[in-house]
Design a protein around this ligand. Structure first.
Ligand code: ADP
Length: 175
């Protein structure tokens, strides 16, 4: 039985993530979505919010589960018995980063293989940071994220607006 771990920040979950999960769920016996709880980057959504949104998005896949984690991704993979780390590739810039990360993870855990799936053409441009930026500026993000994520994002932005918090500072442009 092959278990794969798809780690990420998912701030927020997008249709690009969903596409990778849909395709990978047919390749592996069990796919665990690992929501990285406390990344070094600035977040819009809390860990609990991100986990809840991912869970709702993958409900229809019986062999996909969702958990949050902290610490080294390879340690979480080991703890879960995952033999594969799954990542998605979009632009050339992704490749360099993923390549570096895959080699580092292999140095840390030689028994775990990194497998990258190429994005589907229509999601080539899609990233969580761009979605946040477009949503923040009032643009239409339907078609980029599942409907429940769109609703949650709008509500969060409204909530921050009402609190008078500086969304520019909260929403980091960089992933
Ligand atoms: P991280 O902070 O680990 O990069 P993300 O949530 O941004 O977390 O991304 C998780 C994974 O999903 C990464 O491997 C990323 O390349 C992949 N990914 C994100 N958006 C897309 C997309 N549109 N198409 C394919 N893969 C994607």
């Amino acid at each position: 039985m092959t278990t794969a771990l798809f780690p990420g920040t998912f701030d927020p979950f997008t249709n690009g993530h969903l596409d990778i999960i849909q395709r990978a769920s047919g390749l592996f016996d069990h796919l665990i979505i690992g929501v990285y709880a406390h990344p070094i980057k600035t977040l819009l959504l809390s860990c609990e919010e991100r986990v809840a949104l991912v869970k709702e998005a993958v409900r229809e896949f019986p062999n996909v589960s969702v958990e949050s984690y902290d610490g080294l991704t390879v340690e979480f993979a080991r703890a879960k018995g995952a033999q594969v780390l799954l990542r998605g590739l979009r632009v050339i810039a992704d490749f360099e980063l993923e390549f570096q990360m895959a080699l580092m993870n292999r140095a840390l855990a030689a028994e775990i293989e990194t497998v990258c799936l190429m994005t589907t053409y229509k999601y080539y441009f899609l990233s969580s940071s761009l979605v946040k930026e477009v949503a923040k500026l009032g643009g239409d993000i339907s078609g980029m994220v599942p409907p429940h994520v769109e609703a949650a994002l709008k509500a969060k932005i409204k909530e921050l607006d009402e609190k008078g918090e500086d969304r520019i500072r909260i929403i980091s442009l960089r992933e």
